[in-house]
Design a protein around this ligand. Sequence first.
Ligand SMILES: O=C1O[C@H](COP(=O)(O)O)[C@@H](O)[C@H](O)[C@H]1O
Length: 235
Amino acid sequence: MNWKEFASAQALAQAQADEVAGWLSDAIATKNVASLAVSGGKTPARFFEVLSTRVLDWSKVTVTLVDERFVPPTSDRSNEKLTRDALLRNEAAKAHFVPLYSEVDTPEAAAEKAEYRLVEVHFPLDVVVLGMGTNGHTASFFPDAENLSELLDPKTPQTVLAVHAASAGEPRLTLTLPRLAEARHLLLHIEGGDKRDVFDEEMSADTPRLPIRFVMDAATSEPSVYWAPSKESQR
Ligand SMILES: O=C1O[C@H](COP(=O)(O)O)[C@@H](O)[C@H](O)[C@H]1O
């Protein structure tokens, strides 16, 4: 694992944007297309804003989500909304976006639709940017998910699955472990001492217990971990 530590969230956002932009440019130079899956939640906003200004041929980049809350894109809880508002603007406005959410009755039906929609995306993904909660979940692999063993199965055939977990707040949609782990570049972005402690403890445990460890262990490329103290602690 390639651990990268920064003095501030702003310094992290700049460096992470440079790294991701470089990986996307390399993919375009090699294949004429590039694919990027990003996480939601609170952490990525600053990184998204910086990445959106990086100059590359965004018209050749397809952006999708690592995971999504089963809420419409007008909701402040929507990862799609965050991505549209903070990333898909400036230079990155030219990127093609493939959402996971669709307005159907159940997350299972939405997962099925997303599975078809994602044929537009070139797998393996060139770049996956993961986040992590303090409970060790990454993507929407919540420790209390009803289908956790399916979510963490390295041979799960699906690309997208629905998730029901009491701790998640609402049902979810998530890319599956094999689709994330096979990424050409896998990056975990975490901020704050609490997340660092959870991550360090889990990574040094003899056997994997939390979802983040299962993903890190399954990665086919060396994962990069970007860490900075939380925004709050810098004020
Ligand atoms: O619910 C989610 O949580 C994680 C972590 O979010 P954060 O707010 O603690 O940064 C995120 O990676 C995931 O995409 C999101 O759906």
